[in-house]
Design a protein around this ligand. Structure first.
Ligand code: CO8
Length: 257
């Protein structure tokens, strides 16, 4: 599949997807969502070498939301279909096993905030502005923002952001746990690449299992979550990576996996 609205680059063990419709601030239409889905599938299933994925945007936006021009005259069932598509793509990003880092380079609004929320780690440029401004348009978030935002920052902050539609800056986002770190704009990609390479240097199956168990456990009670952990922990001993990691430690060398 040839991409028109995104770009895909592989740098050794890191896959980089860049949202690339800067004239529309990378707004999400159906075509862009399908391309994003295809690129994520490629990196998840067809590139064994890729261990970590970075998602970012070209220009001054990460993603400024779903495409308002496309939505403006949508009949309800089309709107439902569009919401379903976005939710499916974002669910895949969240649940496929490789870690995904959102490099939030600028505006992450509406569907853009929801896209960042579907990632595992969010690193924001100090120029980023984040929000769920849907109520300004007479709608509510439709790509899982009502659910993921409240789970991440708590119900009170999520309601404040969603009811007011206000954008927050990167420092405020950091203070409520919406992003993991804030870095100067010109250092964002280098910082994210370093982070991605660090994660890529760890036991690859262990990282995948950790992501899966955290995601599944957070939706379950403690006993169920810890039982997922026990099974995944024991699975580590079947991969060969556990032996390599432990022998390398004892032999005072770097593991080779
Ligand atoms: N959709 C379509 N076009 C957009 C969008 C968008 N979300 N955001 C920006 N653009 C376009 C502008 O129309 C403009 O186009 P043109 O040059 O042709 O006039 C171009 O991008 C540049 O934008 P601005 O001139 O407005 O740039 P500014 O720097 O002045 O402002 C802002 C930047 C503040 C980001 C401003 O563009 C803005 O407010 N954008 C809209 C943000 C927004 O409301 N996002 C939420 C959209 S709704 C949503 O995401 C719901 C998700 C769930 C959908 C569920 C399915 C039904």
């Amino acid at each position: 599949m040839e991409f028109k609205n995104i770009s895909l680059e592989i740098r050794e063990r890191v896959g980089i997807i860049k949202m690339n419709r800067p004239d529309a601030l990378n707004a999400l239409n159906t075509e862009t969502l399908l391309e994003l889905s295809q690129a994520m599938h490629n990196l998840s299933f067809e590139n064994e070498n890729v261990r970590v994925i970075i998602l970012t945007g070209e220009g001054k936006a990460f993603v400024a939301g779903a495409d308002i021009a496309v939505m403006k005259d949508m009949p309800p069932l089309k709107a439902r279909e569009f919401s379903h598509l976005g939710q499916r793509v974002f669910h895949f990003i969240a649940t496929q096993e490789k870690p995904v880092i959102a490099a939030v380079n600028g505006f992450a609004l509406g569907g853009g905030c929801e896209l960042a929320l579907a990632c595992d780690i969010r690193i924001a440029s100090d120029k980023a502005k984040i929000g769920q401004p849907e109520v300004n348009l007479g709608i509510i978030p439709g790509f899982a923002g009502t659910q993921r935002l409240s789970r991440l920052v708590g119900i009170a902050k999520a309601k404040e952001m969603i009811f007011t539609g206000d954008m927050i800056d990167a420092t405020t986002a950091l203070s409520i746990g919406l992003v993991n770190q804030v870095v100067p704009a010109d250092q964002l990609m280098n910082f994210c690449l370093e982070l991605a390479n660090k994660i890529a240097s760890k036991g690859p199956t262990a990282v995948k299992l950790a992501k899966t168990v955290i995601n599944q456990g957070i939706q379950a009670n403690l006993a169920t979550g810890t039982s997922y952990e026990k099974e995944a922990f024991s699975l580590c001993f079947a991969t060969g990576e556990q032996k390599e990691g432990m022998y390398a430690f004892l032999e005072k060398r770097k593991p080779n996996w």
